[in-house]
Design a protein around this ligand. Structure first.
Ligand code: ADP
Ligand code: MG
Length: 446
């Protein structure tokens, strides 16, 4: 189905045309007609399937076709879990604003607060934000959202994982117009807290779920390698990188410190790598992301701050140097490649410390994963056997009945070790080992 068949405003069709977007993706085909008529929506579809436009287009269409509840205040707020993702969504929104007389602004942490206050005082119609900084501005009364007509939560489950529930509740209670529409989007929604916050924030939502989040992503080839220890992981990483025909790679590590250590090691091998982690300043984060997007660096080493939503066309490979703790993050991390119909490769290194996380991923993907091996780099680690379940006190039903050993009156036979002393066996003469007596100085009282 084409965008022009979805009933979108002509001005939006023109902007879509500018980007050569003609055919709507599945999620766009299903979500846009529902969102256009003002219904609340909880939608999920695989990574890279075009969810951003699935909420940006109906939001803009509604703004073009209906009168706003207030002349001054913003019409819509889009919330995203990370600054990088908010920035990207803002970019995509800007792309669709061409030829329209609307203004939009980006409100994320790490940027100058007063500059943002100034921007908000200009009454932008659309705001893309991270929840923490937006809540700060609401507290500061930099702007008001009482008359907001659309609230959108991108990657809602991640916002909850990051502990943004209080901010989301606050924003929800302040955006109190009774005709407010709320849309939630993510590739993973099977999260208990998501349902509870959705029941607070959404009114009788339509649920759209295209494919299951654990369904195989046909465009992404996934492989797993067993690793003994850190050095082994690094050896496998180096081999994989040297053999891969990659354009750009994202490597995920468990900690911020690891991003820096690994980047240094890659740089020593003359690989163009850069580390992105949460302890950098916002200016540094912005510079690194824009350099990576422009291809200045071929390899980005990062933590889960880059696992969600980021859309960088040239990322052909994702490497999990460490497995993610939450299995949803596995889906999102590997989803940084294989986007919009392109092919991608995901490689995961599984050491003893990653085993539990790996098993969760294996269960989630509902596949018996076969490990790949590299010639000359086979390790010893073969996984950890599950522990036997502990017995419950008082529960005798599962207790294995050990066969009772028969008691006999036989005395244990004593073997005389001196028996073979100096007896020739073949050519050799067996001499029992003498006990080694430590040559300690004799005690003074002896
Ligand atoms: P998701 O949020 O589902 O992970 P995105 O919204 O980031 O996916 O979109 C992934 C990529 O697909 C982006 O580069 C986007 O510009 C592109 N895209 C979106 N919709 C279409 C479409 N209808 N046709 C072609 N490309 C599209
Ligand atoms: Mg997205």
């Amino acid at each position: 189905m084409q965008f022009k068949d979805l009933g979108l405003d002509n001005r939006l069709l023109k902007n879509l045309n500018h980007f050569a977007f003609k055919e709507a993706t599945d999620i766009q085909q299903q979500a846009i007609p529902v969102a256009i008529v003002g219904k609340d929506l909880m939608a999920s579809s695989k990574t890279g399937s075009g969810k951003t436009l699935a909420f940006v287009l109906p939001m803009l269409h509604k703004a073009l076709k209906t009168k706003s509840f207030s002349a001054r205040d913003p019409r819509a707020v889009i919330l995203a879990p990370t600054r990088e993702l908010a920035k990207q969504v803002y970019g995509e929104l800007r792309g669709m604003l061409g030829g329209l007389s609307y203004t939009a602004t980006l409100i994320v942490g790490g940027e100058n607060f007063n500059d943002q206050v100034k921007a908000l005082r200009k009454h932008p119609k659309f705001i893309v934000a991270t929840p923490g900084r937006l809540a700060d501005h609401l507290e500061h009364r930099s702007f008001f959202i009482d008359t907001l007509d659309t609230l959108i939560l991108d990657e809602a489950d991640r916002m909850l994982d990051l502990g943004f529930a209080p901010e989301l509740r606050k924003i929800n209670s302040l955006a109190k117009h009774r005709r407010r529409q709320t849309l939630m989007f993510s590739a993973t929604m099977d999260h208990a807290e998501v349902n509870s916050i959705a029941s607070e924030m959404l009114k009788d939502p339509k649920r759209i779920s295209i494919g299951l989040s654990n369904e195989e992503h046909k465009d992404i080839t996934q492989s797993f390698y067993l690793c003994d220890h850190l050095d082994h992981k690094e050896a496998i990483l180096n081999r994989v990188i040297s053999e891969a025909d990659y354009r750009q790679v994202i490597i995920f590590t468990a900690t911020r410190a690891d991003t820096e250590r690994l980047t240094k090691e890659l740089a020593e091998k003359s690989l163009k790598a850069v580390a992105l982690s949460g302890n950098l300043t916002q200016t540094q984060r912005n510079t690194i992301m824009s350099q990576f997007e422009r291809g200045v660096f071929k390899i980005l080493v990062t933590t889960d701050i880059a696992s969600r939503g980021l859309d960088i066309a040239n990322v052909t490979h994702v490497i999990n140097f460490d497995m993610p703790k939450h299995m949803e993050e596995y889906v999102h991390r590997v989803g940084r490649t294989g986007r919009a119909g392109n092919k991608g490769t995901a490689i995961s290194l599984v050491g003893p410390k990653d085993w539990e996380s790996f098993k969760r991923v294996e269960t989630f993907l509902q596949q018996d994963i076969v490990f790949s091996e590299l010639e000359g780099l086979k390790g010893k680690f073969k996984g950890i056997k599950p522990r036997k379940p502990a017995f419950k006190k008082g529960d005798n039903s599962q207790k294995k009945q050990r066969p009772q050993a028969k008691k006999t009156n036989k005395k244990p036979v004593k073997h005389d070790k001196t028996f073979y002393k100096n007896v020739a066996v073949g050519d050799a003469v067996f001499v029992p080992k003498k006990k080694v007596v430590k040559s300690e100085p004799p005690a003074s009282d002896e």
